[in-house]
Design a protein around this ligand. Sequence first.
Ligand SMILES: [Zn+2]
Length: 199
Amino acid sequence: MNAPEIDFRYSRVYLGQLLGANPNDELDELDGKLSDYAKRCVAFWEPYRTSVPRKIAEISGINWREQEITCYIVGRHNSFSDPLSMKAYKDGNEFVDTLIHELIHRLFLQEPEKGREVFAWIKEKYGAESRLTRNHIPVHAIYANLYMDVFGKERLEQRKKAESEGSENKDYARSWEIVDKEGYNSIVSRIKALAQGSL
Ligand SMILES: [Zn+2]
C-alpha cells in the first residue's frame, strides 16, 4: 500500500482568491505567520505520515493514486478536500483529526468510479437523509475504524462530540448517529467489497 506525501504550503495567491475582495492588508499580516505554520504542520503530521494513509487504504480497500498531495494552509478559512486546504488550527491534534477527515474525502475523489459506487449504495440505503449526511457516512465509518485501531476510543469520542455539537453540525451529528447505529464495521466491509468489485 502506498502513502502519498503531503507538501504543506502557504500560497498568498491562493488564499487571496479565497478571501475575496481587497485581501492585501490581511495577507500582509498573514504571510509570515502562515509560512511558519506550514512548517509546523510537517511536525504535526510526521508521526502519522505513512502509517495513517496506508491504514485508510487498507480499511477502505481503495489505493492511493496520488504520490504527492499539496496541502494549502488557509488561515481562518474552513478546511476542505480538493484542493486540499487546511485551516490553521492552534491545536496540533485538531489539525491532524481534520486532515484525516479531509484525506478520507480525498481518497474517494481520486478514485471517482469507486467513489460513485459507494455513494450510490449509500443513496439507495439512506435516500431520506441530506446529501451532507450521506456524504459523511462512509467518511465517518472509515474514520471510526481508523481511530479505534490507531488513536483509541477516547479520542474518537471527543471528535464525534466536537463534530456533533451545535445546530450548524446537525448533518454531521446525524451521520455519526447512523454510523453508530449501523456499526462502522458493517459499513466499512461493504465499502471494501464495492471498492474491490467483489459485489
Ligand atoms: Zn467532511
